[in-house]
Design a protein around this ligand. Structure first.
Ligand code: GLA
Length: 729
């Protein structure tokens, strides 16, 4: 890992473990260009890739074709309004209403370590394992300064980028658009992968060609939403799971985003990501600065699995924080699918008594314990214990659960307000809405204006009182509707365009307070299932609820898409009852356990009511979790076969970092008549090591398991599963 500046070629080279990222400065004006991102280079200068020796040359030598230059040069951070006709990364409006901006090189700084991003989640690192380049660009006409930051990390093939814009003029400017990263690449007939979805069907993988013009994905829901995801992979057409060039880009942000490609007349592809400009306008007063969220760029020469490994390692080692970052999480049982709103102290204690005997370690009380919350039509914002349901109070319940040897966790939805709540009756202007227009309801609720610190503080006081009133060791932080009717009673007319982003900053501030004031708390984020499974949230919570769909077969695809970017340690996954509440499917209890094992693992059922044979299986599943969780949480994950693609079976494996052990999960989704066994080629093992399959006598070389593979026999029936544990002999 190293960042080098070469005075002679005016270039910066960022070398990670196996990749290089090269930026060049050209012309007397100091245009900053992108020269290269790919497999690690030697010491050679590659700034010729910016093609300044070809027509139209640089303005210095060919001023008559300045616009041709601006429209074809591979800009490192393209500006709008002065002649680059491709999509810009940044657009500002000066106080006299003009949109032109030209940021050129001013200075730079290279240093060990990395600065935090004010108010925003971001990767972190120490002086030993992280290095940063800050490129300072200026627009002299507007007295604007932009600091482009790039950091790299020891042993990880990722470059993280962000932008800080500083107004050094005497006039305010309006920022209409400010992307976190942009990269102009030569097109090699790329494909792209986007993740699309829906409620209970999150993060499905979709691979299509990169065509001319603009393509991409965005959100205007105030969160990324179930439907879209702030991620894109660009792949060489021939790239596969294990081979070929793949570029991944992901935004560390939990609000409106835009991720897109713009393929030009010269077949270059401009890839960018950042806050969605739609609905965004930020007034930057003299002396103020605006910090963009951070974007992560990953290059892998080893196909999609290599890309996933880089994201997983970066997020496990340099994004997730707190006590549980490297720790096994308690096996929880959540009462949502068990009782919905229909519970009381006795019911919860019945569940806890039974669960504790089976080895389950934590009871999580879901929605319905507060205010007048007997259904989902009321009481959000009234964070007071409903003593009609919780007879004896919260403290009594938690103490009783603790006496059983279990921890206790609670559900909260702090960002919301029901029209039928004491809070709304007292403060109708605390809801996000446009004056004079009836705001739309979703799940019969409004969104609190979290851009306002007095509202954040009020809610924080309420929830912290609850958390201090008993030994609560876990919080599920939910968010069950998108933002609409965007209006804040606290913002001036010219600043209403700041609401979406200020809302996200408010949520971050609240979660930061929560994890600071309750450092031992295990926080799990959630949003109607998995609508906020993003890298921003991972900075505050080491795990996120993946989806409200707990069906084992649906989960194969949801978890596959999620694990394309995010580590298994972060994926909230539970065993639930059948027929499954979202799809009505019945799968073997055993299979449900295998699939949940690829995440945090827990239960979401009424353990007092499930069939006896299922209940009897729980102690074995608990033992299975304890046996394999260290491996699953910390190892390298490999996709072997995708049910979403082949419609028959699914297979993935996790290999220990030292390659001494691996766990293969095989799920036969559809049984097949008269079928041979399936040949599974394992991945990631050490070719020269000798391995044994647990329960079998013979040994295999790693190379045999990877090249000749294993035969997995027909499992007789649909939805059947098998775990194969491989250990060094
Ligand atoms: C969301 C969550 C569920 C549950 C309900 C409660 O949908 O994803 O797990 O907590 O809210 O209302």
């Amino acid at each position: 890992m190293a960042i080098r500046y070469c005075e002679e070629s005016r270039s910066f080279q960022l070398d990670t473990k196996a990749s290089s990222y090269v930026i060049g400065v050209v012309d007397a004006e100091g245009f900053v260009g992108h020269a290269y991102f790919g497999k690690k280079l030697g010491a050679d200068d590659v700034t010729y890739l910016m093609r300044t020796g070809e027509n139209p040359f640089t303005p210095e030598t060919n001023a008559r074709d300045r616009l041709s230059f601006l429209d074809s040069f591979p800009m490192e951070y393209p500006c709008g309004g002065v002649g680059d006709f491709r999509e810009s990364a940044i657009v500002v409006r000066s106080s006299d209403g003009h949109r032109g901006l030209q940021l050129t090189y001013d200075s730079h700084q290279i240093f060990k370590g990395k600065k935090p991003l004010e108010g925003l989640p971001a990767t972190w690192g120490s002086e030993e394992d992280t290095e940063t380049l800050e490129l300072v660009l200026v627009d002299k006409a507007l007295s604007l300064k932009a600091i482009l930051s790039y950091s790299i990390f020891e042993g990880i093939d990722a470059v993280v980028r962000s932008v800080k814009l500083i107004n050094e003029s005497q006039q305010p400017v309006l920022i209409d658009r400010i992307m976190s990263a942009s990269m102009d690449m030569d097109n090699r007939e790329y494909d792209k992968i986007l993740l699309h979805g829906s409620w209970a069907r999150e993060r499905r993988i979709d691979r299509t060609p990169v065509n001319y013009g603009i393509q991409g994905m965005s959100s205007i829901r105030g969160e990324e939403g179930h439907q879209n995801h702030p991620f894109m992979a660009l792949l060489d057409k021939t790239a596969t799971e294990d081979a070929g060039d793949v570029y991944g880009i992901n935004l560390i942000y939990s609000g409106n985003f835009l991720t897109q490609t713009d393929r030009s007349q010269f077949d270059s592809v401009r890839l960018m990501t950042g806050i969605n400009p739609e609905g965004f306008c930020w007034k930057l007063n003299p002396g103020e600065s605006f910090q963009s969220p951070e974007a992560v760029l990953v290059y892998s020469a080893e196909g999609l699995n290599g890309m996933s490994h880089a994201f997983h390692d970066l997020y496990r080692e340099h994004l997730i924080r707190g006590e549980y970052r490297n720790k096994k999480r308690p096996i929880l049982i959540n009462n949502w699918e068990a009782t919905y709103f229909n519970f009381n102290t006795e019911k919860l204690l019945d569940i806890a008594r039974q669960a504790s005997q089976l080895g389950i370690e934590m009871l999580v009380m879901d929605d319905g314990w507060f205010g007048n919350r007997f259904d989902d039509n009321r009481a959000l914002g009234d964070w007071f214990v409903n003593e009609e349901k919780l007879q004896g109070g919260l403290r009594y319940l938690v103490d009783e659960v603790n006496k059983l040897g279990m921890k206790f966790g609670i559900w909260l939805e702090p960002e919301m307000i029901s029209p039928d709540s004491d809070l709304y009756r007292a403060h109708p202007d605390w809801a996000i809405q446009i004056p004079g227009r009836t705001a739309g309801l979703a799940r019969n609720q409004y969104v609190l204006d979290m851009s306002r610190t007095e509202i954040q503080d009020y809610i924080f006081d309420l929830i912290s009182k609850v958390l201090r009133s008993a030994n609560i060791e876990y919080v599920k932080w939910d968010m069950n509707r998108p933002l609409a009717d965007i209006g804040s009673y606290a913002l001036t007319a010219e600043c209403q365009g700041e609401l979406y982003h200020r809302y996200v900053l408010g949520v971050y501030r609240l979660q930061e307070r929560l994890v600071t004031e309750f450092p031992h708390l295990l926080l799990e984020n959630c949003s109607g299932g998995g609508a906020r499974f993003d890298a921003g949230m991972l900075y505050y919570s080491p795990q996120i609820w993946c989806s409200d769909d707990t069906d084992a077969i649906e989960r194969l695809s949801i978890q596959e898409g999620t694990a394309l970017i995010y580590p298994l340690s972060a994926m909230g996954a539970h065993v639930s009852d059948c027929p499954n509440h979202t799809v009505g499917r019945t799968t073997p209890f055993e299979t449900r356990g295998y699939v949940a094992l690829a995440g945090t693992f827990g239960y979401e059922l009424d353990v007092t009511k499930i069939p006896e044979e299922d209940r009897n299986m729980i102690p074995q599943q608990v033992a299975m979790y304890h046996k394999y969780n260290d491996l699953v949480r910390t190892g390298d994950y490999y996709r072997i076969a995708s049910y979403q693609q082949n419609h028959m079976y699914d297979c993935y494996m996790v290999v220990a970092k030292d390659r001494s052990e691996a766990l293969v999960t095989f799920i036969q989704v559809m049984g097949r008549a008269n079928a041979h066994s399936r040949r599974i080629l394992l991945k990631g093992l050490c070719p020269d090591k000798t391995y044994r399959i647990e329960g079998e006598e013979r040994t295999y070389l790693g190379s045999t398991l990877m090249q000749a593979g294993l035969l997995v026999g027909n499992l007789w029936g649909d939805y059947k599963g098998k775990l194969i544990h491989i250990v060094e002999a």
